[in-house]
Design a protein around this ligand. Structure first.
Ligand code: AMP
Length: 114
């Protein structure tokens, strides 16, 4: 079972996070259990539980999340190579029911992912 939407608590600042970027549409914060030297989560403020809940109305929001990822990759010094991951649903490893882009960098990556 996926846990409660604790990312809403991070958006509402009722639980702390190390915030890397924030604007009206999204929030980015460092993952509490980093899988790479740089591991940031970029989330929309709008509640979208899974990637496949996205609709045409969210197209520009999703594009915005990607542009924020590029900006953060540059700011955090991983622009020479980074990986973006979205886990959709539990079988793919999603544990928090709020859409999030993982931005991973700072080490060599392998393929295929686990
Ligand atoms: P996923 O498994 O794709 O749903 O990713 C959820 C991510 O959220 C994992 O990488 C967790 O380490 C991370 N995470 C869980 N709780 C927190 C928290 N309180 N602050 C920051 N990251 C968290």
């Amino acid at each position: 079972m996926m846990a409660d939407n604790l990312f809403l608590k991070i958006i509402n600042k009722t639980i702390p996070a190390k915030i890397a970027y924030e604007d009206d549409l999204c929030l980015a914060f460092h993952d509490i259990n980093p899988q790479a030297p740089t591991h940031v989560l970029i989330i929309p403020k709008k509640v979208i539980r899974t990637h496949d809940e996205l609709t045409a109305e969210d197209q520009s929001l999703l594009g915005h999340l990607h542009l924020v990822a590029i900006k953060l990759a540059k700011e955090l010094g991983v622009a020479s190579g980074y990986r973006l991951v979205i886990n959709c649903r539990e079988q793919a490893g999603q544990t928090v029911p709020h859409l999030h882009l993982h931005l991973l960098g700072g080490r060599d990556m392998t393929w295929p992912p686990g």
